[in-house]
Design a protein around this ligand. Structure first.
Ligand SMILES: [Zn+2]
Length: 236
């Protein structure tokens, strides 16, 4: 089973969605409107887990009513995401933190997993997740330090490796070394990264790459990742 742990599924056309049939997808959202669309798509597409929430890049424009709207959608969602903080946008950090904390509280209250964006704020993000005692957390497109990856894994959380590992050497090194029990794979599609158009269709190639890097069979890797996906998002 091919499983994509972080994808903006509403960004694909109907025609493209047909080509993605059979792939299990954790579909994340960026704002309230996106969250509603993701939930709607999950109702009609098999193998879709809908994540609702407000992305840290949108946090600066968020009103109280937006957070209430997210809360109203949480009971029908598989989890919260894409939520987090982004260390490249320090000018909005106070709002990012407020919006992130509010959504972590919702994850705790409704016992839902979180799909996290923590670019250049990995450690702060882990601390906040721990403080809010969330059930399960996935650190998407992880590019933080190795030792922090070990800590994330030690807490029973997950790290997802993006298909960009093909061209991002540091990310490929992490793909080779992070503990197997925490490993997930993702596309973050549809997104352009250094000439690659990221889509869930790149996941099989990514699994080939990781199995080569780790010196294990593709079959056992696919099995382990599918099991991690289940544990991370559907409970153990
Ligand atoms: Zn994303």
């Amino acid at each position: 089973m091919i499983a994509d742990a972080h994808c903006h599924l509403v960004g694909f056309s109907e025609e493209e969605l047909v080509g993605l049939e059979g792939i299990l997808i954790a579909a994340v959202s960026e704002d309230v409107q996106d969250s509603r669309r993701t939930l709607e798509l999950a109702r009609r597409r098999r193998g879709t887990l809908a994540f609702v929430g407000i992305h840290p890049w949108r946090a600066a424009d968020v009103q109280e009513e937006d957070l209430r709207a997210v809360e109203s959608l949480v009971p029908d969602a598989a989890g919260l995401g894409e939520i987090g903080i982004d260390g490249d946008h320090l000018e909005t950090m106070s709002m990012q933190l407020e919006v992130f904390r509010r959504q972590l509280r919702l994850a705790r209250e409704y016992d839902k997993p979180v799909n996290l964006h923590c670019l250049r704020a990995w450690e702060e993000c882990l601390d906040l997740v721990l403080r809010h005692d969330v059930r399960s957390a996935v650190f998407h497109w992880y590019t933080g330090p190795r030792d922090l990856a070990e800590r994330i894994s030690g807490y029973g959380f997950y790290i997802s490796i993006n298909a960009a590992a093909k061209v991002q050497r540091r990310h490929a090194e992490l793909a080779a070394s992070i503990p197997m029990r925490s490993l997930l794979v993702e596309s973050d599609g549809p997104y352009e990264y250094r000439g690659l158009r990221l889509t869930p269709l790149m996941i099989p190639g990514l699994l080939d790459l990781i199995s080569e890097l780790r010196g294990i069979s593709r079959e056992s890797l696919e099995h382990a990742v599918a099991e991690n996906f289940h544990d991370a998002f559907l409970g153990r």
